[in-house]
Design a binder for this molecule. Structure first.
Ligand code: DGP
Length: 113
């Protein structure tokens, strides 16, 4: 059994409601939401971060496709949404498995903190 939290969620070992899933990607609500819509889009296959995923254009494409579907399903594709990939310590990546935050449902500020 892996000790990677998002591998375990994707494999169904930790009961989690998926708002979207396909053969390669799952999406579920962030446990600490920063807006009314805050979904994490996660590849099933373990990839530690965006840098590690950069050479797998198929995987990146499937994740981005899922982000767009989730945004539409959540009703924020027209109003807008922020997609965030934190990579490494300075960005405060806390789970070492690639994930895209899809955040929407409110006006946001820029630049981020
Ligand atoms: P990041 O800082 O970019 O690595 O974001 C990790 C996110 O994962 C953070 O916003 C909280 C979320 N998270 C951590 N543990 C769990 C969990 O067990 N379930 C869910 N749904 N989200 C989690």
């Amino acid at each position: 059994m892996t000790d990677c939290l998002f591998c375990r969620i994707a494999a169904g070992e930790i009961p989690t409601d998926f708002v979207y899933e396909d053969d390669d990607v799952v999406a579920f609500r962030d446990i600490n939401p920063q807006a009314s819509v805050h979904i994490l889009v996660v590849p099933r296959r373990h990839v530690p971060d965006l840098t590690a995923a950069a050479e797998d254009s198929d995987l990146i494409g499937r994740v981005v496709s899922a982000v767009a579907k989730v945004a539409a399903d959540q009703g924020v594709d027209r109003s807008g949404y922020r997609s965030v990939v934190n990579t490494g310590p300075d960005a405060q990546q806390s789970v070492q498995h690639l994930h895209v935050h899809v955040i929407g449902g409110r006006q946001m500020d820029w630049p981020p903190g």
